[in-house]
Ligand binder design. Sequence first.
Ligand SMILES: NC(=O)c1ccc[n+]([C@@H]2O[C@H](COP(=O)([O-])OP(=O)(O)OC[C@H]3O[C@@H](n4cnc5c(N)ncnc54)[C@H](OP(=O)(O)O)[C@@H]3O)[C@@H](O)[C@H]2O)c1
Length: 299
Amino acid sequence: MSTAEIIDGKAVASEIRSDLRTAIDDLTDAGVQPGLATVLMGDDPASETYVNMKQRDCEEVGINGVHVDVDGDAPAEELYDTIADLNDDPEIHGYLVQAPVPEHVDYREVVHRIDPRKDVDGFHPENVGRLVAGNARFRPCTPHGVQKLLEAADVETEGADVTIVGRSDIVGKPLANLLIQKAEDGNATVTVCHSRTDDLAAKTRAADIVVAAVGVPELIDGEMIAEDAVVIDVGVNRVDADTEKGYELVGDVDFESAQSRARAITPVPGGVGPMTRAMLLYNTVKAASEQEGIDVELP
Ligand SMILES: NC(=O)c1ccc[n+]([C@@H]2O[C@H](COP(=O)([O-])OP(=O)(O)OC[C@H]3O[C@@H](n4cnc5c(N)ncnc54)[C@H](OP(=O)(O)O)[C@@H]3O)[C@@H](O)[C@H]2O)c1
């Protein structure tokens, strides 16, 4: 029985942030401070936490972080006006509208209205199309973070069989599209699973790399993983626990049993989460560099 190496997302993200600081200094020396805006419509507590973290990250690396609140009961047009203002604001190089938006607002329409050059989440259809075509402008943050983690852990994707559990627009689908690209960090053979997949365990067991992005606590256990596979756990789930907060965070993978089979595994928390945050900063720096026509070295 082996014990998997733990892929330390916190450490990898910290290295990326440190490299980004250098790029940000170069931009600032050239007279440009990268600007990132977060927009939150409504007062969903989890969303508030996420945008606060994004703003803190900006402050830490020297990005000009701006936050815009939109009343949750306001008509969709008020959000559209905010989007139009941000599209026109030369100091904002990238921005995102935190999901979920209130029910009376169509999130697809929101994403359509974002200037694709400022769409640092990478969700605009133009950016999705570019990614599929192998000419990505912004890689969505979580899939990009997963690729960077694999690279940092020296996990070869070329020729690897990868099973991704989850086909969401923000994780599963873009990650599958990135990993099948004819590229150094692609060239994998990818299977994408979802809630209608027959015999999930057979698909995960056949993989050299398993990526879980499901949202079901500890769905994937050691029995579902091949000996010496690499396991990337994207899931973040709150489960009741006897802790001060009354809950704890667990992934989509049963860490203990998977760790005894895998070659390498990401923990939750401290795996993919910090990478997602770092790659948002990466996309903001890239956006600033491209919009201002100043070349900087990206990690
Ligand atoms: N760490 C991070 O930075 C980060 C970033 C994003 C998301 N997350 C976390 O990652 C997880 C997934 O997020 P998401 O936004 O991609 O979720 P999502 O939009 O809810 O998609 C979940 C996917 O899992 C599939 N699924 C659900 N139950 C399944 C089952 N029993 N067997 C196989 N497939 C199943 C669904 O299938 P159908 O398509 O058939 O419904 C769907 O494709 C969540 O825990 C989320 O909190 C973490």
